[in-house]
Write a protein that binds this ligand. Structure first.
Ligand code: GLA
Length: 721
C-alpha cells in the first residue's frame, strides 16, 4: 500500500467513525432509525415494528436497491428543495443573496428522556434546522417538529417548512382520507396510491377544515382494515392551513410530507428569530385502525386534551330551538327546561349582542360584544343569576375572530379587518375575519372573553365559533410581508388562547367552526371539546362520529340531540349522541311525555356510565360504511365494564342477523349483559338480555344486538360478575 493510499484510507475511515452516527427513536412498539451518511447527511434507514435489542442498526438501509441518485444517496430526513432529491421536499429557503438552496449537514444530536433533537446546518450559509422527535412510548405516538433559524443580514424567505418526512417501502399503499364539507364532516374515502403525488390540504386559513380534515391513514401493503394490517395514522396539530403530500417515487418508495401548507405563505424570517413548524403526530399500528385509534385517544386523554381528566357538562343549547328569536322570558323558561331535563348547563347561542346593529340574524352585529339592551335589558348577569336559581350553570356563544361589516367595530377599526385593498370584498356568511397578526386585535379578541368573565365570573362555558374562512387575503398590519399572514394568524390565535387559558383555567370551551371546520389536536390543547358538525341527523352522525373516533376521544366530541331527521325516534337520536359528549338542542315542549321521560332517564344513565363511554378503549365492531348497521363498544381499563351501542339504519328485507363479537374483555371472566335506556314501559327483547356469558364466549361467539328493524337502537351494559 502506498503512503497516499494509506492516507486516503485513514482519512475516509476516520470520517466514517466521525459521522456514521445511528440515531434510534423508539416507542413500545415502533422504531425509527436515522443514520448520518458519509456526506454528513441525515437519512432514514428504518421505520417499522420495534426491532430486538440484538439487531445491528448500523447495517440498515432504505431502500434496499435503487438506480436513481436520490435513492443511492439515501432518503434524507429533511430534504431540501433544489438539491439532489427530485421529489417533494420538506424545506425551501431563499437566502438574502437570492440563492434558493441549502445543504443541511448533521452537526450534533442529543437524546434526553423522550426527546431527541438533531441539529443540521448549512455549511455555506448561516442557517440551522433542528429536528425534534418526541416519543410517547406507552401510547406509541411520535411527535415531530423542526425549528429553523438563520443569521443572515438581508431578507430570508422560507418557501417550505414541513414538520416531517417519512419513507415507507411496501408492495402497495392505500390512503384513507377524511373528506369534509359543511354538515358532511369526516367522510372516509380510500384510494390506492400509485406513482406520483396525492395532496390533501387546506388553504382556508380560519375555518380550515371545511373541505378536508387534518387526519390521514395509510395502509402499507393493503387497504386499511379495522383490526389487521400495518397502518400509518397521522395528524397535523395546527389550527390553520395544513398539507399532506403522499408521493410514490420511481423506486416505489412512499414519501409522506406533513406540515403547514406553504401555498401563498412564503415566510419572511428575521435574523435569529426561531420559526417553529407545526407538530406532526403519528402512530404505526401493526393491528389495523382500531389499535391506532385507541392509541390516539389514549394519547389525547393523557397528554393533549385540555382538562382531559376533568368532568364534562351535559347541556341544553338554544340554537336550533330559538335561533335568534329569544328574550329574557324565553331564556329563563329554557333554564327551567334544562333543570327539568337534568342537564348541567344552559348554553346561550348566537344573537345576544349588538346595539347599533343588533344581531337579529347573521347579517349584522358580529364584533360588537355588548348585550342587546332591548332584547336582554338586564344583561348577562341577570341570565347567569337566573340560570343559577334554576340549578344549572351558564354558558355563552362567542365568535370573537369575526366581524360583520355592519358593526360598530368595522366602522371604528377598518384597519383591523383582513381585506384586499382595491378589490371587491367577498363575504362568507356575511362576515370577515379580524387580523389576528395585529397585537391590538389579539388584545381585542382576548378582551371579548375577559370582559364577559370580569362581569360574570360564574360563566362556566364558552362556545367559540369561527364561521368564515379567510376570504380576502391581505393583512393591513403585515404590509409587504403578506406571506406571513396564514402562519402569523394562527400564532396570534394561540397567543390569545394562551392568555385565556392562563387567566381562566377553569373555563370549559367548545371549539366550533360552523360545525367541525376546526378540529385539530393542538386546538384541543386549549378547548375542552369540539362541535363535530351542524349535522345532527343521527344517521349522518353515525358516520361523522365514526370518522372522528379514529383520532378523537369521545369526551371531546360534542353530540347533541336535535330535531334533525324526525323520522328517527327520540331514543335513536339520544342513543347516537350518548356515544359522545351528550347535549340537547331541542324544544322540549314539542316532546311527548314518554320522550321527555326517556331523555331524563338517559341523562341519568349517561352520568352513571360516562367514564366507560369516554374510555379510550374503543372497538368499532360493525361499520355503517359496510352495511345497514353500526355497532361500537367501549371498555374500561380494568375490563370490568363495557358499553355496547348498536344501531340499525335501514336493513334489507329478510336480512340475516349475525351475532356481533365483542372485543377487549377478559376471556376468563363472566359478564352480565343488560340492555339499558329503554323507553318507558318497554322491555328488552334482545335474546342476550340479562344473561351471563364468559368474556371468551362474548368475544368468540358473540351476541345478537342488531335487528331487521328500521332505525332501531340499543345500549347494552356488560358488567363483570
Ligand atoms: C355555527 C355553529 C352553530 C351555531 C351558529 C350560530 O353555524 O356551528 O352551532 O352556533 O353558528 O350562528
Amino acid at each position: 500500500m502506498t503512503k497516499r493510499t494509506l492516507l486516503f484510507f485513514i482519512f475516509h475511515f476516520s470520517f466514517l467513525i466521525l459521522f456514521a452516527q445511528t440515531i434510534s427513536i423508539t416507542t413500545d412498539h415502533t422504531q425509527l432509525v436515522l443514520q448520518v451518511n458519509s456526506q454528513k447527511r441525515l437519512c432514514q434507514t428504518y421505520l417499522g415494528e420495534r426491532l430486538s435489542g440484538q439487531t445491528d442498526l448500523s447495517g440498515l438501509s432504505m431502500p434496499q436497491a435503487g438506480l436513481s441518485s436520490s435513492c443511492i444517496r439515501g432518503l434524507e430526513a429533511y430534504p431540501v428543495m433544489g438539491t439532489e432529491d427530485y421529489y417533494e421536499p420538506t424545506f425551501e429557503i431563499r437566502h438574502a443573496d437570492g440563492n434558493p438552496t441549502s445543504v443541511l449537514k448533521y452537526q450534533q444530536h442529543s437524546q434526553q428522556g423522550d426527546l431527541t433533537s438533531i441539529v443540521l446546518r448549512d455549511e455555506v450559509y448561516p442557517v440551522e434546522v433542528t429536528l425534534y422527535y418526541k416519543v410517547f412510548p406507552k401510547e406509541d405516538i411520535i411527535q415531530q417538529w423542526a425549528e429553523i433559524r438563520h443569521e443572515e443580514k438581508g431578507k430570508v424567505y422560507l418557501g417550505r417548512y414541513a414538520s416531517s418526512m417519512l419513507y415507507f417501502e411496501a408492495p402497495n399503499y392505500y390512503l384513507n382520507e377524511f373528506a369534509s364539507d359543511w354538515a358532511k364532516e369526516m367522510q372516509m374515502l380510500d384510494q390506492e396510491l400509485k406513482f406520483g403525488k396525492k395532496v390533501v390540504d387546506s388553504r382556508l386559513g380560519t375555518r380550515a377544515n371545511l373541505m378536508a380534515q387534518p387526519f390521514f391513514e395509510v395502509g402499507l401493503g393493503g387497504p386499511v382494515r379495522e383490526n389487521e394490517g400495518t397502518v400509518l395514522m397521522g395528524t397535523l396539530g395546527w389550527t390553520g392551513n395544513f398539507r399532506f403530500t403522499f408521493e410514490v417515487d420511481n423506486q416505489h418508495v412512499l414519501r409522506v410530507v406533513s406540515g403547514i401548507n406553504h401555498d401563498a405563505s412564503s415566510y419572511l424570517l428575521r435574523k435569529n428569530d426561531v420559526f417553529r413548524t407545526a407538530d406532526f403526530f403519528f402512530t404505526l399500528s401493526q393491528n389495523g385502525l382500531g389499535e391506532g385509534s385507541r392509541r390516539f385517544q389514549r394519547w389525547m386523554m393523557n397528554h393533549q386534551l385540555h382538562k382531559a381528566k376533568d368532568d364534562r357538562m351535559t347541556l341544553l343549547n338554544n340554537w336550533e330551538n330559538t335561533y335568534f328569536d329569544f328574550n329574557e322570558e324565553k331564556l329563563v323558561a329554557l333554564f327551567g327546561e334544562a333543570k327539568d331535563l337534568g342537564v348541567d348547563l344552559f348554553l346561550l347561542d348566537d344573537g345576544w349582542f349588538g346595539n347599533k346593529y343588533p344581531r337579529k340574524d347573521d347579517h349584522a352585529g358580529l364584533g360588537d360584544w355588548q348585550v342587546t339592551k332591548d332584547k336582554l335589558p338586564q344583561g348577562v348577569p341577570y341570565l347567569v343569576k337566573k340560570a343559577k336559581e334554576n340549578g344549572v350553570a351558564f354558558g355563552i356563544w362567542i365568535e370573537p375572530e369575526m366581524v360583520n361589516p355592519k358593526s360598530e367595530l368595522a366602522e371604528k377599526h377598518p384597519d383591523w379587518l383582513i381585506q384586499l385593498p382595491s378589490r371587491d370584498t367577498y363575504y362568507f356568511r356575511n362576515q370577515m375575519v379580524l387580523d389576528l397578526c395585529n397585537p391590538k386585535v389579539q388584545d381585542f379578541v382576548f378582551g371579548v372573553v375577559d370582559d364577559l368573565m370580569q362581569e360574570n365570573p360564574e360563566i362556566k362555558f364558552m362556545k367559540w365559533d369561527c364561521n368564515s374562512p379567510i376570504t380576502n387575503i391581505y393583512s393591513p398590519y403585515l404590509k409587504e410581508n403578506q406571506g406571513n399572514l396564514y402562519v402569523d394568524y394562527v400564532r396570534g390565535l394561540y397567543k390569545v388562547l394562551d392568555r385565556v387559558q392562563e387567566k381562566y383555567p377553569d373555563l370549559y370551551m367548545m371549539m366550533c367552526s360552523g360545525g367541525g371546520g376546526r378540529s385539530d389536536v393542538v386546538g384541543l390543547r386549549y378547548f375542552t371539546e369540539f362541535w363535530c358538525s351542524d349535522n345532527t341527523d343521527p344517521i349522518e352522525r353515525l358516520f361523522i362520529q365514526w370518522g372522528y373516533s379514529h383520532f378523537m376521544p369521545a369526551k371531546a366530541m360534542c353530540a347533541h340531540v336535535t330535531e334533525w331527521n324526525r323520522r328517527a325516534s327520540i331514543k335513536f337520536r339520544v342513543d347516537v349522541a350518548f356515544q359522545g359528549k351528550l347535549g340537547f338542542d331541542i324544544g322540549l315542549k314539542g316532546l311527548s311525555n314518554d320522550d321527555r321521560q326517556y331523555c331524563r332517564e338517559a341523562i341519568k344513565e349517561y352520568k352513571r356510565l360516562k367514564e366507560v363511554v369516554w374510555s379510550p378503549n374503543l372497538y368499532r365492531l360493525v361499520s355503517p360504511y359496510e352495511g345497514q348497521h353500526c355497532v361500537v363498544q367501549r371498555v374500561d381499563d380494568s375490563k370490568s365494564k363495557s358499553v355496547v351501542f348498536a344501531y340499525d339504519i335501514h336493513p334489507r328485507y329478510g336480512e340475516t342477523i349475525l351475532p356481533t363479537r365483542l372485543m377487549g374483555l377478559d376471556a376468563e371472566a363472566k359478564y352480565r349483559v343488560k340492555e339499558i335506556c329503554l323507553m318507558p314501559g318497554k322491555q328488552s327483547w334482545l335474546p342476550c338480555n340479562d344473561k351471563v356469558y364468559t368474556g371468551d364466549y362474548l368475544m368468540k361467539v358473540g351476541i345478537k344486538v342488531t335487528s331487521t328493524n328500521d332505525l332501531a337502537s340499543h345500549i347494552i351494559e356488560v358488567v363483570k360478575e
